[in-house]
Design a protein around this ligand. Structure first.
Ligand code: NAD
Length: 280
């Protein structure tokens, strides 16, 4: 396994490349995650709201990979229209562990800040308790904006290990990446391939791919890795699952990186997913 580890601020290593399972139906998740584990992935990214923690757990149980070699992430779905407190969080956390069939996970994330709810500070207090219990080795956040991270930092001494955000060459998130570097938060990119849409057919990307004899997806994943991002590309196609992991045998040169950086330069970039300021 050639995937390097990124050192999190709790001292543990997180594989820099993992497998994401959003939009994989529960009934297909076992097969998909098994294919990924057999290909050599050791990090799996799921979430309560994806509805596939059970299928993911079955694959983990049956694949024969020692638990200590795996890095499992799931996320709190703080999505019901109520103010969230300790009881809700612990109930959801227990439910996720039960579905995954695990006694502990490696990383637990608050899925969205939902700033209009004004409850992520209360949720984070319970995340601190979960981290102290050891049932999640690390805790972090997802879709947090700079202002959300500053607020968290003002109220809590526990710095999130990770902020998982939409990030790809069309949305390079320079401000958040700089803030993460300052605070000691690892940057994890969701939709790292731009969901396989326009990004992979842009000439800037396909020309670099042709030059290296690699696919567009592999070139985009290299851009992330060379920036220091953690990536969790998703595919249910076995050949693509393997292709997305086979990105350690080549390197982009400075000109390639500059051409990919130029795709996101100027303006606030192009989101594919929801804006965290509005998402509830
Ligand atoms: P992605 O950028 O990983 O793109 C996935 C899509 O790209 C696939 O469905 C397929 O159509 C295409 N693709 C994959 N490999 C390819 C290849 N080698 N060649 C050509 N096309 C290819 O998008 P994603 O699934 O949105 O994001 C990845 C993971 O990030 C998710 O599975 C999930 O785990 C996580 N995620 C988290 C959040 C969040 O709010 N925290 C939101 C979205 C996604």
């Amino acid at each position: 396994n050639q995937v390097p580890g990124i050192k999190l601020n709790n001292g543990t290593l997180m594989p820099q490349l993992g497998y994401g399972v959003w939009q994989v139906p529960d009934a297909e998740a076992e097969q998909a995650v098994r294919t990924a584990l057999e290909a050599g992935y050791r990090s799996i990214d799921t979430a309560s709201v994806y509805g596939n923690e059970e299928g993911t757990g079955k694959a983990i149980a049956s694949a024969g990979v020692p638990r200590e070699e795996l890095f499992v992430t799931t996320k709190l779905w703080n999505g019901k229209s109520e103010t969230w407190g300790r009881d809700n969080v612990l109930r959801e956390f227990d439910a996720s562990l039960a579905k995954l069939g695990l006694d502990e996970i490696d990383l637990y994330l608050i899925h969205w800040p939902r700033p209009m709810r004004d409850d992520f500070l209360a949720i984070w207090k319970t995340f601190e308790e979960i981290a102290q219990s050891g049932r999640a080795k690390a805790v972090g956040v997802s879709n947090f904006r700079p202002a959300d991270l500053e607020r968290l930092g003002a109220e809590s001494s526990l710095v999130p290990a990770v902020n998982q955000i939409e990030l790809h060459p069309l949305l390079p998130q320079s401000e958040l990446r700089a803030l993460h570097a300052r605070l000691g938060i690892a940057t994890e990119a969701w939709s790292p391939l731009g969901q396989g849409k326009d990004l992979l057919t842009l000439p800037a990307v396909t020309e670099i791919a042709a030059k290296h004899g690699r696919s567009a997806a592999q070139v985009v994943l290299r851009w992330h890795l060379q920036l220091g991002n953690v990536v969790i590309p998703k595919s249910v196609t076995p050949a693509r699952i393997r292709e997305n992991l086979d990105v350690f045998g080549f390197e982009l040169d400075a000109g390639d990186v500059a051409a990919l950086d130029a795709l996101g330069a100027g303006g606030s970039g192009r989101r594919i997913g929801p804006d965290p300021a509005e998402f509830d």
